[in-house]
Design a protein around this ligand. Structure first.
Ligand code: GLC
Length: 584
């Protein structure tokens, strides 16, 4: 890892999910009818909160703000160059960009270019006839037929959102590939003209307006194995299988990223972070090695997938602290000794709330602070998600499936019901699934931001499209801003410490000292030379007291703790207690 300080390495990035951040415009939205039943946030709302954000973050990552039917919450783009009317206009977006810059902040956008919406003009043309000039901009294949003459998809690839990854289009009697929802056809990256159009419309259009880079959606999926073979059978009970390395980290993926870098991002002072998910260390280094020139950094899912099957998060078996340590080790160490760079995150719009997952309800604020200490001391660029800073939680367990709105959750539930609905013990099976959905569904991150204890949590003056978490009266920004002991103020303090000691926290080497301990997570951040001070981080991830041990020699100076002086016991860590020392 090189220690050349760069703004995007030093940065704390704050992710905004525009539909649930805040609505600036008063009254009900009166524009074109769309899928939202209730109010969403908007760009004016974001602008009104920039001073709040400037105190926490250096860079905003804005989840999709583009024109979209929102079958997958904006990750299904109808036009890269237009804004969803509910969110505002291109002018509002320009104001947001300029207002960020005025405050010394940067802004990056989501770049969703593995697929578009089926309402995008490119796809409308592509599907119109076999000889349309844009036919080859998407991936079309002829049907297969079984012995009885039944029409079948071209292969057994499954969609990330359940069922087949192929959608039949009767107009031309062919299937198109859509690794996600049926309304999200995959673009054909093998076609050079398509790639150029993506670079111009989705990237340069916004970079030229001052956007400082991109979070690149599904950045590992563009290169599909071109003879489209069947995928190996991992789940024998299912008709369709994960397409694995036939679509992820495929044969030409690095060629595509290199081209994107050479032709677009290298011409700007742009930050790029690609969502890759799973790959070997060798593969990961190809994506992010500085000398190769592809992307600056990637998101790997080792940590957020802990306890789940990596091909299906709802196949969940739980985890212990050792599993979490293993995942963090992979994340922190893969760049060690190289010119590559990495990321730190435990929440985003696709993940449940970290307090519910890794903390504890009884120790709400304390475990939130422990997670803040954890995140702010790990190596790489730090990403936090809206609401994480105040400890927003998952939705209540008693919310029925009808309250969940995410296409991923709904399709999964429906497929499960189709499969097991007639079983005598369905009710029991369903409750087990609902436990897992409540723990892991993406909906948990998609409730409105809790600004204050007024109606709708200060998010909007009319009913929001997504139900507010009922705990908003206890957990909200207004309450925490005024409380010196709040999680929000602890985050601010921890983020300042991260910057103050950045050689150790952001750039330092990471070493776990108590790998086999299932209660505490103790690690050292260092400069790898014996003489320099080290950061010693010890976190009790359990509901029980734990022994405090000094596992390295030296003078210990306590620089951060989440307990009061009178609770502090030199020898013992209370439940969810964390400490950070500088050791000389
Ligand atoms: C990414 C996004 C997710 C979306 C998917 C399809 O994983 O983070 O929200 O559903 O891509 O675009």
């Amino acid at each position: 890892m090189t220690k050349d300080y760069t703004w995007w390495k030093d940065a704390t990035v704050y992710q905004i999910y525009p539909s649930t951040f805040i609505k600036g415009k008063k009254g009900k939205f009166e524009g074109p009818k769309d899928v939202f039943d209730g109010e969403t946030g908007d760009l004016k709302g974001i602008i009104s909160k920039l001073d709040y954000l400037a105190d926490i973050t250096d860079v905003i990552w804005l989840s999709p703000h583009y024109l979209s039917p929102n079958n997958d919450m904006g990750y299904d783009i109808e036009s890269y160059e237009k804004i969803l009317p509910r969110y505002g206009s291109v002018e509002d977006m320009q104001t947001l960009i300029d207002e960020c810059h005025k405050r010394g902040m940067k802004i990056i956008c989501d770049l969703v270019i593995n697929h578009t919406s089926d309402l995008h003009d490119w796809f409308k043309e592509s599907r119109s006839s076999l000889d349309n000039p844009k036919r080859d901009w998407y991936i079309w294949k002829k049907p297969k037929y079984d012995d009885k003459g039944n029409r079948k998809p071209p292969n057994n690839w499954g969609s990330y959102f359940s069922g087949s990854a192929w959608e039949y289009d009767s107009k031309t009697d062919e299937y198109y590939l859509r690794l996600f929802d049926k309304s999200q056809p995959d673009l054909n990256w093998e076609n050079e003209e398509t790639r150029k159009a993506i670079y111009d419309s989705a990237m340069k259009f916004w970079l030229d307006r001052g956007v400082d880079g991109f979070r690149i959606d599904t950045a590992g999926l563009y290169s599909k194995v071109q003879d489209f073979p069947d995928a190996p059978v991992l789940f024998p009970e299912d008709d369709y299988q994960p397409s694995g390395n036939l679509t992820l980290n495929g044969p030409r993926i690095h060629f595509f990223h290199k081209e994107m870098y050479d032709q677009v991002t290298s011409n700007y002072d742009a930050m790029t972070v690609g969502e890759v998910g799973h790959c070997s260390r060798e593969e990961a280094l190809k994506y992010v090695s500085a000398s190769r020139g592809e992307m600056n950094m990637i998101f790997l899912f080792d940590t957020v997938d802990v306890g789940s099957d990596k091909n299906d998060r709802f196949r969940y078996n739980g985890f212990d602290l050792k599993d979490l340590k293993e995942a963090i080790k992979t994340q922190c160490e893969f760049t060690e000794g190289t010119d590559a760079w990495s990321t730190v995150f435990i929440e985003n719009h696709d993940q449940p709330r970290c307090i519910t997952r890794f903390g504890d309800k009884k120790y709400q604020t304390k475990s939130g602070k422990l997670l803040a200490m954890f995140q702010t001391t790990l190596t790489g660029t730090l990403f936090i998600y809206q609401g994480q800073e105040i400890g927003m939680t998952n939705v209540p367990r008693d919310w029925p499936i009808e309250e969940y709105q995410d296409v991923n959750t709904i399709n999964y539930y429906n497929q499960f019901k189709d499969k097991y609905g007639k079983d005598a013990d369905f009710a029991e099976k369903e409750q087990k699934l609902m436990d897992i959905i409540n723990l892991l569904a993406r909906d948990n991150a998609r409730t409105p931001m809790q600004w204050d204890d007024s109606e709708n949590a200060g998010f909007s003056d009319h009913r929001p499209w997504s139900k507010v978490n009922p705990n908003y009266k206890e957990i909200n920004v207004a309450k925490q801003l005024n409380d010196p002991n709040s999680l929000l103020n602890f985050y601010k303090k921890s983020l300042k410490l991260r910057k103050k000691y950045k050689d150790l926290s952001i750039y330092g080497s990471f070493e776990i000292l108590d790998f086999d301990n299932k209660q505490t997570f103790t690690y050292v951040k260092s400069l790898k030379d014996a003489k320099s001070p080290k950061a010693y981080v010890v976190l009790n991830f359990s509901k029980d007291n734990a022994k405090f041990e000094r596992l390295i020699d030296g003078q210990y100076e306590l620089i951060s703790t989440n307990v009061d002086k009178d609770e502090f016991d030199e020898e013992k860590l209370s439940p969810f207690e964390g400490r950070i020392y500088i050791v000389n």
